[in-house]
Ligand binder design. Structure first.
Ligand code: FES
Ligand code: FES
Length: 197
């Protein structure tokens, strides 16, 4: 075989001896095709910032750390990057649920979730929680990210309303959540409740 052929975002590409055999899929996307939506940090499979979605002709879809995959090993694969998603539903849901701040990790979270849904559109909330453990976010925190993506689970309630951690007020005596109702100490207790309580 003198050419490696694959698809990226629906377009045909091929590489031959003009591309060194140690070029990763990550570097091929960013440096050869100028698809900079796929990010990187560690380049060793630890951070997940470089995740793209891969579809095999046999029908299986999965997320791949593009920093660990050589472009010469992509023969026959259909690869989707963040630029190739058909709509922005995942991105919008993530933003609406405050699941992104600096945004550096966001494309990879979206591609992980996209891969998961491609593999199984009927995932459960537990599947979401267990399957997205390979992405690191250093500024948002994982709760809003998972909360956003659990909306795509088949067993998701219509509205997931977890209280914000800053609004949780715990009683010093019972260590339960406090709203100052039905409490014999409410006259003097100075647990600082939100203004609308
Ligand atoms: S750059 Fe960190 S996993 Fe690929
Ligand atoms: S939003 Fe900044 S690292 Fe995740």
């Amino acid at each position: 075989m003198d050419m490696i052929k694959f698809k990226i975002n629906g377009l045909h590409f091929s590489v031959g001896c003009e591309v060194s055999s140690d070029v990763t899929l990550l570097d091929y996307l960013r440096n050869y095709l100028q698809l900079r939506g796929t990010k990187y940090m560690c380049r060793e499979g630890g951070c997940g910032a470089c995740i793209v979605s891969v579809h095999q002709p046999a029908g299986t879809s999965y997320a791949v750390n593009s920093c660990l995959m050589l472009v010469t090993s992509c023969h026959g694969l259909e690869i989707t990057t963040i630029e190739g998603l058909g709509n922005r539903l995942l991105q919008k849901t993530l933003a609406d649920e405050n699941g992104t701040q600096c945004g550096y990790c966001t494309p990879a979270w979206v591609m992980s979730m996209y891969s998961l849904l491609q593999g199984n559109p009927n995932i459960s909330m537990l599947n979401v929680e267990k399957s997205l453990s390979s992405n690191i976010c250093r500024c948002t925190g994982y709760r809003p990210i998972l909360q956003a993506f659990k909306k795509f689970a088949s067993d998701a309630p219509r509205q997931i309303t977890l209280p914000d951690i800053e609004n949780l007020k715990l009683c010093n005596k019972t260590e339960e959540t406090c709203d100052k109702s039905n409490c014999e100490d409410s006259e003097w207790c100075f647990v600082d409740l939100p203004a609308d309580k």
